[in-house]
Design a protein around this ligand. Structure first.
Ligand code: MG
Length: 290
């Protein structure tokens, strides 16, 4: 199933996207739950309870999509350097403060987070900040946790995956490099476009899917998640070893080769650009830069 969060006539809703992706059937949910997108639906499914009744379908063209989890309950977990080709690209860019202490391929997953307030939905503007002009895009398959847990073994990890969505891990490269810890440069306001919806794991094989990014129609990133350095079970095992995971937690799995700093000279985002991320089995996420 695909679950979308949206605004219709100014009111938040959350619904089931039709297989032809032309309409959305809202769930009959109280306002407080609709405002949080798919969060309460994931929790219901984890508890084995039935989903709420469905209301009359709306044309997708008549609603404004929001991020499917518009305000995640806590920071979004993110993985740095998780594609072989991108790890080489990043190490050679001069921006990789983590590469100074070792080789270009990390021996263990690099995990950082983005604040929940950085999330914006499909079509929302990525705001060029005053504090940086070295703004870059990162197309990423993102895991949505279903059943939570701590100490999840890799062999059991896929059973904890509710499904997937798309995140553009927008980054201020100068801040990422200068401050060494990546949190600041990854968490600027609007730096976490998410969408267009959540797709359940039975409809998308995150372990083997295509990830692409276009800037103004130019193909910049084009890879398969088969090129991961650390696979999805390893990521879940690593994060949950000491931190309990909860339903609705998000793990952005890293970005492929082809980011702006991989070009010489770098191709940073500027106002007026449009970034489109496509992931096979999910859909596309498009955001303008303003
Ligand atoms: Mg990233």
């Amino acid at each position: 199933m695909k679950i979308a969060a949206f605004l219709h006539q100014g009111q938040p809703g959350c619904g089931l996207v039709s297989p032809d992706m032309l309409s959305v059937q809202p769930f009959d949910l109280p306002l407080a739950q609709r405002e949080l997108g798919a969060q309460s639906l994931i929790e219901l499914q984890v508890r084995g309870e039935p989903l709420p009744a469905l209301l009359v379908a709306l044309n997708l063209s008549d609603v404004q999509l929001r991020a499917p989890l518009p305000r995640p309950r806590r920071n979004i977990f993110c993985v740095g350097k998780n594609y072989h080709a991108h790890a080489r690209e990043f190490a050679g860019s001069g921006f990789d403060s983590s590469a100074k202490s070792g080789g270009e391929i990390p021996s263990d997953p690099i995990i950082f987070t983005k604040v929940p307030e950085s999330v914006v939905g499909p079509g929302a503007a990525i705001a060029m900040p005053d504090a940086s002009s070295a703004i870059d895009y990162e197309a990423e398959l993102t895991i949505v946790i279903g059943k939570g847990g701590k100490g999840i073994r890799a062999a059991d990890a896929l059973g904890h995956v509710w499904g997937y969505t798309i995140i553009n891990d927008v980054t201020a490269r100068d801040w990422q490099s200068r401050h060494q810890q990546w949190h600041l440069g990854k968490s600027f306001d609007t730096f976490c476009p998410m969408g267009p919806w959540l797709v359940s794991a039975d409809e998308c094989d995150g372990t083997n899917t295509g990830v692409r990014c276009y800037v103004n129609g130019e193909l910049r990133q084009n890879a398969s998640t088969k090129d991961f350095i650390f696979d999805i079970p390893k990521l879940i095992e690593t994060i949950s070893a000491g931190i309990t995971l909860y339903p609705g937690d998000l793990i952005a799995t890293g970005t492929p080769v082809g980011v702006g700093i991989g070009f010489k000279p770098p191709k940073y985002l500027v106002a007026g650009d449009v970034v489109r991320v496509e992931i096979d089995g999910i859909g596309h996420l498009e955001n303008p830069v303003r």
